[in-house]
Design a protein around this ligand. Structure first.
Ligand SMILES: CC(C)(COP(=O)(O)OP(=O)(O)OC[C@H]1O[C@@H](n2cnc3c(N)ncnc32)[C@H](O)[C@@H]1OP(=O)(O)O)[C@@H](O)C(=O)NCCC(=O)NCCS
Length: 180
């Protein structure tokens, strides 16, 4: 998939993509908390660290992207992704989230297509996404399946007793890319 695919989606939904800005740490953590997946202290610990490392130049700028809404140009969602250090040309999507006020408007798809474009342009072969089987993640699982990601396995009781890790992946380049 080429980065242009993301551009096409961008035109379709009226949002836009840009790098993370240094002055929007609080806003991006608010977006994460607004999804209901994080308590503020958990967002701070997990994602605040990522934003600090980005701002400090310890992470490449190209490993995170912000989507802004078409109306006000506000940061409405963001994603963070990185190559897997233990496999050749495999990338992980570590975080993707869109403010609930903008769910269903195409911004999540815009983010995901952008990530796939970056991975493919970097000779990445496979994008891996890990999530949970808990009911609040049903929307995310449907979103990944709808974008061509196949479920590759589950680890029972991974996040907590009774809460499995669910692993999705998709080929983003190479002969098998179109087959998902
Ligand atoms: C998952 C998430 C990023 C999707 O973002 P979004 O902006 O709502 O998704 P989009 O509007 O781009 O929708 C993309 C596709 O998913 C589909 N979709 C959206 N909501 C859906 C739902 N509740 N059930 C099934 N499919 C759904 C849309 O129909 C669309 O398909 P289409 O392009 O074929 O029409 C968003 O729901 C979110 O932030 N969830 C909370 C955070 C989260 O769970 N992150 C993942 C952590 S693993």
């Amino acid at each position: 998939m080429e980065i242009m695919d993301g551009m096409t989606a961008q035109a379709r939904v009226g949002g836009g993509l840009r790098p993370v800005r240094g002055d929007e740490r609080a806003r991006l953590l608010d977006v994460a908390v607004s999804t209901g997946l994080f308590q503020p202290e958990d967002a701070e610990g997990l994602l605040g660290t990522v934003l600090d490392e980005l701002a400090g130049g310890k992470l490449p700028e190209g490993h995170a992207v912000v989507v802004v809404d078409g109306a006000g140009g506000h940061a409405a969602g963001w994603a963070y992704y990185a190559p897997d250090p233990y496999a050749a040309n495999v990338w992980n999507l570590w975080w993707i989230g869109v403010h609930p006020a903008a769910h269903g408007t195409g911004l999540g798809r815009l983010l995901l297509e952008h990530v796939e474009g970056v991975v493919a342009a970097s000779q990445g072969r496979i994008l891996v996404i890990e999530t949970s089987d808990h009911p609040p993640m049903a929307r995310a699982r449907a979103f990944y399946a709808g974008a061509g990601y196949g479920e590759r396995g589950r680890i029972p009781d991974f996040y907590a007793d009774g809460e499995s890790k669910v692993i999705f992946s998709r080929r983003v380049s190479g002969a098998a890319a179109l087959a998902g």
